[in-house]
Design a protein around this ligand. Structure first.
Ligand SMILES: Nc1ncnc2c1ncn2[C@@H]1O[C@H](COP(=O)(O)OP(=O)(O)O)[C@@H](O)[C@H]1O
Ligand SMILES: CC(C)(COP(=O)(O)O)[C@@H](O)C(=O)NCCC(=O)O
Ligand SMILES: [K+]
Length: 279
């Protein structure tokens, strides 16, 4: 069994993948600030032969996790942001400083779709761009829905946006604090994504497929106007592509990868931008 680990600022996600059949056998998550204690929430390491890790948590969290895993698992692979990998050239001035979850998302997106706009809706919302030739342009970092809400300190932090909400309802003016906050932060997130996507496609002269991942991807997806695909396992896809272990992975297959969304034409994107500025 292969254990894939995605340690984010809020949640540490894991999944167990069968090394022979490539099937995902189980998955789960624990709060990143909490210790891994034996129990139902964490995978059974006895069956694990290899671990692949993406971590953006404090260095100490990664060190402790790796030390713990090494006692029981022979192969431990830790992903790092590098200047170049799998045909993608890292756009950061200091490539190692790009969050490795963003880097893995960009690698997975490029492997799936060629050029892409990779959006990760977690503690932060990150929006990264890779051109069809593999040039990663860099990206944008916006506070995620939960961070935006907590920063307001209006006593609404524990009332999350219902992930089943329709986007239309979230775009109406709120008539109580909790709705005003939830609708406000939702609008802030989706308008940032819509605008940033259009601006960068316009600058670069290319319409890129959009891929969404992260804990808030589903609800944010409903407010994203351009065609896109939700890919919950996008960071894991980057781990598979970086450290291929199974037969399917060596052939370039990433588990749970969606179909490539067909982007709208550049003309339409530009018309939308001009309209939003009332040109
Ligand atoms: N069951 C859940 N538990 C915690 N957060 C959730 C849950 N469902 C959705 N979320 C949202 O997902 C975010 C965490 O998403 P995730 O992509 O795991 O973030 P990170 O990678 O930063 O840890 C939270 O900030 C919250 O807004
Ligand atoms: C931007 C991030 C905090 C996003 O992490 P997440 O919300 O998924 O926990 C993470 O990718 C990170 O720590 N990046 C380093 C800074 C950078 O990418 O420029
Ligand atoms: K994220």
């Amino acid at each position: 069994m292969i254990l894939d680990l995605d340690i984010g600022n809020t949640l540490s996600k894991w999944r167990l993948k069968d090394a022979e059949s490539s099937e995902i056998r189980s998955r789960g998550a624990v709060w990143t600030r909490e210790e891994w204690r034996p129990g139902a929430d964490i995978p059974n390491l006895d069956v694990v032969e290899a671990v692949r890790i993406s971590s953006v948590a404090r260095a100490a969290v990664l060190e402790e996790t790796v030390a713990l895993l090494r006692r029981q698992v022979r192969q431990v692979y830790v992903a790092r942001s590098t200047p170049e990998a799998l045909g993608v050239v890292n756009g950061y001035e200091e490539p190692g400083r790009l969050g490795v979850d963003r880097w893995l998302g960009a690698l997975a997106g490029y492997q799936l779709a060629g050029g892409c706009c990779a959006v990760d809706c977690g503690s932060a919302i990150t929006i990264d761009f890779v051109l069809p030739g593999g040039v990663h342009l860099g990206g944008f970092i916006v506070p995620g829905l939960r961070l935006m809400k907590e920063s307001l300190k209006l006593g609404t932090r524990n009332v999350a946006i219902d992930p089943e909400s329709e986007a239309d309802a979230l775009l109406e003016p709120g008539r109580r604090t909790v709705d005003a906050v939830n609708h406000g932060i939702y609008m802030a997130a989706v308008s940032a994504i819509n605008r940033i996507y259009s601006e960068v496609c316009d600058q670069q002269g290319v319409a890129l497929p959009v891929l969404l991942t992260g804990g808030d991807a589903r609800v944010i997806s409903r407010g994203v106007q351009v065609p896109h695909a939700v890919w919950p396992d996008m960071v894991y896809g980057g781990l598979e592509a970086s450290f291929p272990l199974t037969f399917a992975e060596r052939a370039g297959k990433m588990s749970g990868a969606p179909g490539v969304p067909e982007p709208v034409s550049l003309e339409k994107i530009r018309a939308g931008l001009a309209f939003s500025m009332l040109l």
